[in-house]
Design a protein around this ligand. Structure first.
Ligand code: C2E
Ligand code: MG
Ligand code: MG
Ligand code: MG
Length: 290
């Protein structure tokens, strides 16, 4: 009967949940040792000026090279870090490492660091970590971008807003990541907390489709709003020259994607032959004094 099928579905779901929980526990204990043994690293991906292709910023992306599993994607292990209550510790390491690295960049590009909602929820702890990372590295606050996803505003709590205000007071740049995904919230942009918005890569991909894809109207309205609010705009996920051209024509000031460079350890120059127009200048990576 339908009832039995329902129960079967439940048992299947329960078994699946238990399996997931066990897998996450294994991942969690591996993570704790990874933190000690230095299996975590940061890869950097360039964000370029759409007109000149000059590198404006580099986004730090967390990498975990597991001894037996190989590279574990951050979409998979960041939630485990959060559930394990380790995001404060890991996030602090990411901030310190990214600021230390960026302080040595000869081109003085900014560094973008992803901050999860759990970190923002910790409020003053995060603000303290940011101030400490800037202080120990000597990086100026205007060279640090903090990327947050708009889903944090679903909570729409005053604590989050207060934390964002404190971060702005420190002088760092706040970036709204993955805009257009999930619950698009134009109020976030109007709030005045942010200096930049990143258009999610699903829109970038659609923009270069022939005809008039509906996504293009959304991109146009984001760009119009951003101009009115004097916000910078980055288009994520640029993989083809057509996408780069479309987004540039639509008035997008910054581009990021595999076309201009994959996340790399250490930051690598963009592959010149894959860039359609002017080449991205080579990245002079100044060796640190011993
Ligand atoms: P995100 O912040 O939106 O980062 C952009 C993601 O898109 C990265 O995936 C990047 O490798 C990928 N990407 C960049 N250009 C292209 C492209 O042209 N095509 C395609 N298909 N993908 C592209 P990654 O490194 O796997 O990171 C996934 C997510 O994990 C990030 O999304 C971010 O939300 C989270 N994450 C990464 N590092 C950290 C971190 O240090 N802390 C926190 N809290 N989250 C992080
Ligand atoms: Mg990001
Ligand atoms: Mg993003
Ligand atoms: Mg994303």
């Amino acid at each position: 009967s339908a009832k039995d099928a329902g129960r079967g579905g439940f048992h299947f779901f329960a078994a699946w949940m238990a399996e997931q929980a066990a897998a996450n526990r294994a991942l969690e204990s591996d993570l704790r040792s990874a933190l000690k043994s230095g299996e975590l690293s940061l890869a950097y991906q360039p964000i370029v000026n759409s007109q000149t292709h000059q590198v404006i910023a580099r986004e730090a992306l967390l990498r975990w090279n597991h001894p037996t599993r190989g590279d574990v994607p951050p979409d998979l292990f960041v939630p485990v870090i959060e559930d394990a209550g380790l995001i404060g510790q890991v996030g602090n390491w990411v901030l310190r490492e990214a600021c230390r690295e960026a302080a040595g960049w000869e081109d003085e590009a900014r560094v973008a660091v992803n901050v999860s909602s759990a970190q923002l929820a910790a409020g003053s702890v995060l603000v303290g970590h940011v101030i400490h990372a800037l202080g120990t590295s000597g990086l100026s606050a205007q060279r640090l971008e903090l990327e947050v996803t708009e889903s944090i505003f679903l909570a729409d709590d005053s604590t989050t807003r207060a934390t964002l205000e404190q971060l702005r007071a420190v002088g760092v740049r706040l970036v709204l990541d993955d805009f257009g995904m999930g619950y698009s919230n134009f109020n976030c942009l109007v709030s005045g907390a942010f200096t930049k918005v990143k258009i999610d890569r699903s829109f970038t991909a659609a923009a270069a489709r022939p005809g008039r894809p509906p996504e293009r109207a959304i991109i146009e309205s984001i760009l119009t709003l951003a101009r009115g609010l004097r916000l910078e705009v980055t288009a994520e996920g640029i993989e083809t020259a057509e996408q780069a051209e479309q987004m540039t024509l639509l008035g997008c000031g910054q581009l990021q994607g595999f076309l201009f460079g994959r996340p790399a350890i250490p930051p690598a120059p963009a592959p010149l032959d894959r860039v359609a127009t002017r080449p991205v200048p080579l990245l002079p990576h100044r060796p640190r004094a011993a």
